[in-house]
Ligand binder design. Structure first.
Ligand code: ZN
Length: 428
């Protein structure tokens, strides 16, 4: 029996070699493997379909690619690393000299062994990504055999979706991108975390329904939104998961609303975690929170990450590999998400039925007032906070924040009081 962290690492390792892009068989293969873990529904949307201001692009597939020298040796080989081909490269088969080839070669400055990850989705071109060491093998006088055996043709954009129904139709949305080839932290860590959350939640009682979408970045999220616009009002909370497997502390990026319940819950959990973390404000740049938080959509969707896109050297390079993600970090990301979910599941408002003067807690066995240790003292203070602020308007999270207590302490007090005649939950 695998631990959740082992399960996530194994899934990442299995998905890592697949050449994904925003469309094509790499996405289908990825979703087929995910389907062994969760019962995904797979959707295919025709190329040319209008989705808001965008059009679903043609489908890209690739079989092989290389640059061979005169001796027929592959200096750059797609079969060894799929990052070697600029994603969405149009097919090419020609001999050329370095002078012509040069404009189509890309390396990473400052890291001679690393290969960059590049895309050219909406601009027809082709290119190769390679390390500086590989580039040093090229010679101005030699002619090279250049081949990209790819196809760009009408087809589909593919995405996966899984709805785990709860007691209510109000939904918690999890979204992650599935469009990067062999990159582990940026894309696969989010996929593995979402699958792990879904599997854990399936075994737990749920007030909310949980929707998991696995979409190609940007165009996939836009497509999903355009096809589900009528049902978006059901989404009460949401999280975009990305770069959640590296060793950095957790960063939470607030939703565009900034004060949504998910923003308060995530911030609260991080503040009481005792671990290094950051909370940053929304900006219209980053991952698919850009789409979920576009002004005409404006969903309460935040973004959970560890390292922040574009700010770490391994980002969008071959160094974002299987060694870059750590079991311990994935486990911490999972535990944190489950805590946030648990908080939101239990974050309700209550009503104090004895609000004139403090009610007598001693006669109900809830208060000793004498010789109590720190923990019990905090528990008793929590009872007073819950009673004082349970006017039907303050949620347990509001009370925890005001008292500066962990949510669990306030929830424990509310549960104790709800077991007496003093307090009852407000059903909304
Ligand atoms: Zn990326």
């Amino acid at each position: 029996m695998q631990t959740p962290a082992e399960e996530m690492c194994a899934l990442i390792a299995r998905l890592y070699p697949i050449c994904r892009s925003i469309t094509g068989d790499g996405v289908r293969k990825t979703l087929a493997i995910l389907r062994e873990h969760i019962p995904l529904e797979i959707h295919e949307v025709l190329s040319g379909t209008k989705v808001f201001d965008w059009t679903v692009p043609r489908e890209w597939n690739i079989r092989d690619a290389w640059i061979k020298n005169a001796a027929g040796e592959r200096l750059v080989d797609f079969q060894k690393l799929n990052l070697h081909v600029v994603s969405y490269s149009v097919p090419i088969r020609r001999r050329m000299r370095l002078a012509e080839l040069k404009d189509h070669l890309f390396t990473v400055a400052g890291h001679p062994d690393w290969v960059p990850y590049r895309t050219s989705y909406y601009n027809e071109s082709w290119g190769f990504c390679l390390s500086q060491h590989q580039l040093a093998q090229f010679d101005e006088r030699e002619e090279y055999d250049v081949c990209i055996d790819s196809s760009l043709a009408d087809g589909h954009l593919t995405y996966g979706e899984y709805l785990l129904r709860g007691e209510t139709e109000k939904e918690f949305l999890f979204s992650c991108h599935i469009c990067h080839p062999s990159l582990a932290d940026d894309n696969l860590s989010g996929v593995a975390l979402a699958a792990a959350i879904a599997r854990r939640l399936a075994a737990l009682p749920r007030r909310y329904s949980y929707r998991f979408v696995f979409v190609p970045g940007s165009i996939g999220a836009i497509t999903w939104l355009a096809r589900n616009e009528e049902q978006l009002s059901r989404i009460g909370h949401g999280l975009v998961l990305t770069c959640v497997g590296d060793a950095a502390g957790i960063t939470y990026k607030r939703s565009r609303q900034g004060d949504a319940e998910i923003d308060g819950a995530f911030t609260h959990v991080l503040r009481h975690s005792g671990k290094p973390h950051k909370v940053i404000d929304f900006s219209p740049y980053g991952y698919d929170e850009r789409q979920y938080c576009s002004p005409g959509i404006n969903l309460p969707v935040g973004c959970m990450m560890r390292s922040v896109h574009g700010t770490f050297p391994e980002y969008h390079t071959s160094a974002d590999n299987l060694e870059f993600v750590e079991a311990e970090a994935l486990k911490d990301s999972l535990d944190t998400c489950l805590k946030v979910i648990d908080l939101l599941e239990h974050n309700r408002a209550y009503l104090n039925h004895s609000s004139k003067g403090e009610p007598q807690l001693g006669k109900r066995g809830l208060y000793t007032g004498l010789n109590v240790d720190g923990n019990q003292r905090q528990q008793e203070l929590a009872l007073l906070w819950v009673l004082n602020l349970s006017d039907g308007k303050h949620s347990l999270l509001d009370i925890a924040e005001r008292a500066n207590f962990p949510f669990e302490t306030i929830k424990f007090a509310a549960d104790a009081l709800a077991g007496t005649d003093l307090l009852s939950v407000v059903t909304s």
